[in-house]
Design a protein around this ligand. Sequence first.
Ligand SMILES: Cc1cc2nc3c(=O)[nH]c(=O)nc-3n(C[C@H](O)[C@H](O)[C@H](O)COP(=O)(O)O)c2cc1C
Length: 375
Amino acid sequence: MKKQYKLLFEPYILANGAELKNRYVIAPMTTYSGAPDGSVSDQEMDYYNRRAAEPGMFITACIAVSKNGLCFPGQFIGYRDDIIPRLRELAQTIKQQGAKAILQIQHGGRECQTDLLEDGTPVSASAVPSPNTGVTPRELSNDEIEQIIADFGQTTRRAIEAGFDGVEIHGANGYLIHQFFSPHSNRRDDRWGGSLEKRMAFPLAVIEEVKRIRDLYSDQSFIIGYRFSPEEASEPGIRMDDTYTFVDKLANQGLAYLHASLMDVESKPRSGSRMNVTRAEALRDVIGDRTSFIALGSIHTPDEALAVLEKGIPLFALGREALMEPDWLAKVAEGKEDTIRTQLPLDSQEELIIPDGMWHAITSRKGWLPVVDAK
Ligand SMILES: Cc1cc2nc3c(=O)[nH]c(=O)nc-3n(C[C@H](O)[C@H](O)[C@H](O)COP(=O)(O)O)c2cc1C
């Protein structure tokens, strides 16, 4: 291994005291390949198994916490107890190779695919059409909101029963929690919306419930992370200064880590009071030493990962790169970083152990991954 990469391999203690064997996190990635009954499929198990030896922490694909939050075809579900045995096998598969196993918990809100929903209409904070699907959701009632908060808690209970080391609350990428924080999708004027403070109420209530369940069924060693997207292009939309206020609040919630969802870790804010530094650096400064922080986005080489750590951000995550190169860290360890794959050969599905639904998604959606014909 080249000396300068030593930091990538250094253990790290999360804010809740859990020890990670290194600084590498695998980002949550939906597989579109769950079993028909909503449990973890064999193909998914193989996918996780192939990658679990490397990272200090492995965040799973997002699991649906509520029936009306099922978002993608082949998404696994977290709202029934009968899925716990397969979740237990998944947690085991990841943990036995030395990585912390984190279940990402999600409600899709207005982004849910309509044919997956019982009444065909997605729900959201307000009846504002999704810019992605054009579908107008139904506004949730107060009772329904309380139910979804409870659902996040119950999926956390199942994660604990299944032996996961923790959960990550999916507050990013335009799904329900994000929809409550965004002034684009949240036009409410009750306790769940109307001001920046009130747009934080739903995410904070979910965090409270997840912590309550942790305290009932586990202890502080159970990791609770929170993922967020810092900015939106839409008008109105989440602005960087809103996010600084929100992240400042999040950093006081006693979470084990915060995780910024970025497509490019070197990207700079579009707006706000800190335009001269990258988003990741600005967020690092707001968080300070109150909790741990994960940044990611288009990191492919060990030099790019090192650049994140050298900015004082303790953990980096790989998403697409971990799909293309399951042996990423091993290659760095062996001084073979020049052989790290940064493109996806179209004949490599079997070799890379990528489930069918995921393979279809990443090879058919233009520009998502750099796809090349063959090895
Ligand atoms: C196939 C695929 C599925 C994804 N699914 C999720 C998901 O379930 N939850 C989530 O928070 N982000 C999801 N993401 C976003 C990634 O976690 C990550 O933020 C994004 O790919 C940017 O990081 P990267 O440049 O390292 O890939 C997904 C990305 C990909 C490529």
